[in-house]
Design a binder for this molecule. Structure first.
Ligand code: PLP
Length: 400
């Protein structure tokens, strides 16, 4: 088992998140699993507490809440499950509208569809690559002025470890009484060091925040997620809904339709170890990003945002390629693949995904540009300096 874990699993797809890839290929981003993880997982197994009842789950929640500075943390079976429950907590129901980042992974929006609610996609800004606050404010103001229904919530995603510009988004939502849910699945460790939210962590600015511990995220539990909130009542209901809405201390009484969404004790053991090593992972990501920034700054690439007062983790180090002489992102991807570099294109915007083709979209051209031009470079936390140099040399060779 330990070897499979150390390999990130025997996965056939070289470009899949968490996959080691073909022999000799530098993978995009693989989990960093070591002795501490083994220790906690073995302890969970030997204790007999393998399922969602067990001491590691509560300990993981407490330490996580403390780490991000939230009053409550509720561990879930995935980030998608966390968002699903989060939307229910905000009262999202069949037919409601939810404004949602357009340029993100599909896990952000699927839970909106599970509830029979309707996403309204909002484009990114180029400064943070995240939700454009002006589009949010203009849409809420316009609807209010026209007497139209307001969305039930705004879901803000912090993509690739980059915090979104929350101040104007929260101002617009507060003005109209619209709740904010943060999808912080990719931004554990990121936050702000200046401004109104200086010292705060992503996920703790909205009414609630959701994290993911999928295999390719900065910290993993194999699969898992977390809801964080300062609201006592929301936290209690989150616990209730994720455990089949079982009423405590009464024989099999379930007072509403609940979900089997709790994290297992084995997974929480893995999470505890990863949380203890989180600072190590964040420094590694930032060191790798810094090295790429230095080595690639003279090339026709847009490097990741560096916004003063916004502390990014550079979870997946991504660049936008400017096409020159008919050669652009796709040619660079093919070139890197031939040289054994596991780069990967960024996401197709959600408005262009078949299940959501009919959903309204505010703007959309920025996210389409990111999809056409964006790719992520290898940035595993254990990436050796000489392997990163191989990536840099390969990228530079493409442009020379
Ligand atoms: C990974 C991810 C999710 C979903 O998390 P899972 O744990 O894979 O269910 C949701 N939103 C974003 C932005 C993600 O990157």
């Amino acid at each position: 088992m330990s070897e499979r874990l150390a390999d990130g699993g025997a996965h056939p797809e070289t470009h899949a998140p968490g996959a080691r890839g073909a022999a000799g290929t530098i993978p995009l981003a693989v989990p960093n699993i070591g002795a501490l993880e083994r220790h906690y997982v073995v302890e969970a197994v030997e204790s007999g507490y393998v399922s969602s009842v067990g001491p590691f789950v509560a300990e993981f929640e407490d330490r996580f809440a403390h780490r991000v500075g939230a009053k409550h943390a509720i561990a879930c079976s995935s980030g998608t499950a966390a968002i699903h429950i989060g939307l229910i907590l905000l009262g999202v129901e069949q037919g409601d509208e939810v404004l949602c980042s357009d340029f993100t992974f599909v896990g952000s929006v699927n839970p909106i569809a599970y509830l029979g609610a309707r996403p309204v996609f909002v484009d990114s800004e180029t400064r943070t690559w995240n939700l454009d606050p002006q589009l949010v404010a203009a849409e809420l103001d316009r609807r209010a002025a026209a007497g139209e229904a307001l969305p039930k919530a705004v879901e803000v995603v912090h993509v690739l470890g980059q915090p979104a510009d929350m101040e104007p988004i929260v101002d617009a939502c507060d003005r109209h009484g619209v709740a904010v849910l943060e999808d912080a699945a990719e931004s554990l460790g990121a936050g702000w060091s200046a401004g109104r939210y200086g010292g705060r962590h992503t996920g703790t600015v909205g009414r609630l925040g959701c994290f993911s511990f999928n295999g390719n995220k900065i910290a993993t539990t194999g699969g898992g997620g977390m809801i964080v909130t300062d609201d006592d009542a929301l936290a209690e209901r989150a616990r209730h809904l994720t455990t089949q809405a079982k009423v405590p201390d009464v024989g099999y009484l379930h007072d509403e339709v609940g979900y089997n969404y709790r994290l297992t004790n084995i997974a929480a053991g893995l999470g505890l170890a990863q949380l203890e090593r989180l600072d190590e992972f964040i420094s590694a990501k930032q060191r790798i990003a810094h090295r790429y920034d230095e080595a690639l700054s003279d090339l026709p690439l847009d490097l990741p945002p560096r916004v003063p007062g916004f502390d990014a983790t550079y979870w997946l180090y991504s660049v936008m390629v400017s096409e020159r002489d008919g050669r652009g992102r796709d040619e660079l991807l093919a070139h890197l693949e031939r040289r054994g570099v596991g780069a990967r294109a960024l996401w197709r915007p959600l408005h262009a995904q078949p299940p959501f083709a009919d959903a309204p979209v505010l703007g959309g051209a920025v996210g389409e540009g990111f999809f056409a031009r964006g790719l992520s470079l290898p940035c595993s936390t254990d990436l050796a300096e000489r392997d990163q140099q191989r990536v840099i040399d390969a990228v530079r060779a493409f442009f020379s």
